[in-house]
Ligand binder design. Structure first.
Ligand code: GAR
Length: 199
């Protein structure tokens, strides 16, 4: 049976767009359906992209709310929605521990750096400023701490030929787009096989 996924964004949504496309007609087809694209920012450009692709959207503004108020509203929304997986795609808020507990091992994030070396925002800037030869994009489960959850896979990107941060980001994002869906496929297929084996 197809898994139901909710994609959480805060901005541009280029990873989200690729995932939706891959659900429509490529490697994620038949494996899952996108229930909703959620954003904590009402002006996130990704929301319009999602709508144009026929996907429902939902906004709960985090700005102007106490963190606990926002977290409670988000928990209640996700609890009611009850997706099989929550896919973070440039979602720039920390997931609260009650959401982590409710969806243990079912919240997945993509991070533009090796989570063992860099956590939080600005992963590409970090790699560029530290003159790194390469960066390792990491897809991981989300736990209670920031970017410490179990790693699903890492993919190294050579950035030694990049002269600007824009080049680093462009090159990295291109890899992210393909890599994220590959990882999601792996997770969804493993689950799928297991549930088949279990009858
Ligand atoms: C991506 O580079 C993603 O890896 C990063 O935000 C960008 C979102 O781009 N995520 C993080 O830094 C999470 N710590 P997108 O909105 O175009 O997908």
């Amino acid at each position: 049976m197809k898994k139901k996924i909710a994609i959480l964004i805060s901005g541009r949504g280029s990873n989200m767009k690729t995932i939706i496309k891959n659900v429509e007609d490529s490697i994620l087809k038949e494996l899952c359906e996108v229930m909703v694209v959620f954003s904590n920012k009402k002006d996130a450009p990704g929301l319009e992209i999602a709508k144009s692709l026929g996907i429902s959207t939902k906004v709960i503004e985090s700005k102007g709310k106490k963190r606990s108020t926002y977290n409670k509203l988000l928990f209640d929304y996700l609890d009611e929605l009850n997706p099989d997986y929550i896919i973070l795609a440039g979602y720039m808020k920390i997931i609260s521990s009650d959401v982590v507990q409710r969806f243990r091992n079912r919240i997945i994030n993509i991070h533009p750096a090796d989570t063992a070396l860099h956590q939080g925002l600005h992963g590409y800037e970090w790699a560029f400023e530290n003159k790194m030869e390469s960066t390792k994009i990491t897809v991981h489960f989300v736990d209670e701490e920031l970017d410490t959850g179990k790693v699903i896979a890492k993919r190294e990107v050579d950035i030694s030929d990049c002269g600007t941060i824009e080049e680093v980001e462009q090159k990295g994002l291109k890899v992210e787009h393909q890599f994220y869906s590959e990882c999601l496929k792996k997770i969804l297929t493993t689950e799928h096989t297991e549930s088949t084996e279990n009858g």
